[in-house]
Design a protein around this ligand. Structure first.
Ligand SMILES: *Cc1c(COP(=O)(O)O)cnc(C)c1O
Length: 227
């Protein structure tokens, strides 16, 4: 399938879902997750009108960046080792996986400009998943606030739902993230607008949108899995 056709059906689904839940489709940003596919396929996505690309490994991002430069808006969506920060920091606009103070400290040290960060939360509590536990989030946010890092903007929260077709499980995960967002906004800390929710992937993005997603990260359904 061509990316442009996949994109059209995803946009239709977004429009339909937004109509159902009374949201404006303009509130939803699609990030094309290109981690499985070639540079050519990523280019095809840009030509289809995609503006945002997401990669989950530093080498994958660097490889594509060599070809595509800063034409796309780059999102780092995978778990990020502290020692890899320096490789990607001047190339990315967003980091979706801030989950510890050591990582925040390294971003602060290496970044030349403020980076929009998402705090990754393991809402579902699955052991295999990265991210802060829900009850660690507010203490973490307070520590971050006290550290006064001017290179870190807490743009929002990110989660990965369990891999399941069970709608109720997915929905409660997304609802959980939305609720945590409210708690952070209530703190009113500077540099922490926390206005975005990065949630929803190929198999669950309509539910994520119903529950408040503003950035959806789509790989398989948009660019496919093949290289
Ligand atoms: C791979 C990945 C995605 C995209 O997954 P699909 O199911 O292929 O849409 C989204 N977010 C993260 C963090 C990923 O690693």
């Amino acid at each position: 399938m061509k990316v442009i056709d996949n994109l059209a059906s995803i946009q239709d689904k977004i429009t339909e879902t937004c109509r159902k839940c009374g949201r404006d489709p303009k509130e939803i940003t699609i990030i094309a997750v290109t981690k499985y596919v070639s540079v050519e396929r990523a280019k095809e996505a840009l030509e289809a009108g995609i503006l945002h690309l997401g990669e989950n490994r530093d080498d994958g991002l660097l490889h594509k960046y060599e070809e595509l430069g800063d034409r796309p808006i780059w999102h780092f969506i995978g778990s990020l080792q502290t020692r890899k920060v320096k490789n990607i920091i001047d190339k990315v606009d967003y980091i979706h996986s801030l989950d510890r103070l050591s990582l925040a400290k390294e971003i602060q040290k290496r970044a030349d400009k403020p980076i929009k960060c998402f705090l990754q939360v393991n809402v579902s509590g699955e052991e295999s998943k990265h991210g802060l536990a829900p009850d660690e989030l507010i203490p973490f946010v307070k520590e971050l606030h006290e550290a006064n890092y001017d290179k870190i903007i807490v743009q929002g929260l990110m989660t990965m739902a369990p891999f399941t077709k069970d709608e109720e499980v997915l929905r409660s995960c997304f609802k959980g993230l939305k609720k945590l967002q409210g708690h952070i906004q209530d703190l009113g800390f500077s540099n922490m607008p926390c206005s975005e929710l990065s949630m929803g992937m190929s198999n669950d993005y309509p539910i994520a949108i119903e529950e408040g997603a503003t950035m959806i990260r789509i790989g398989t359904a948009l660019v496919g899995e093949e290289s």
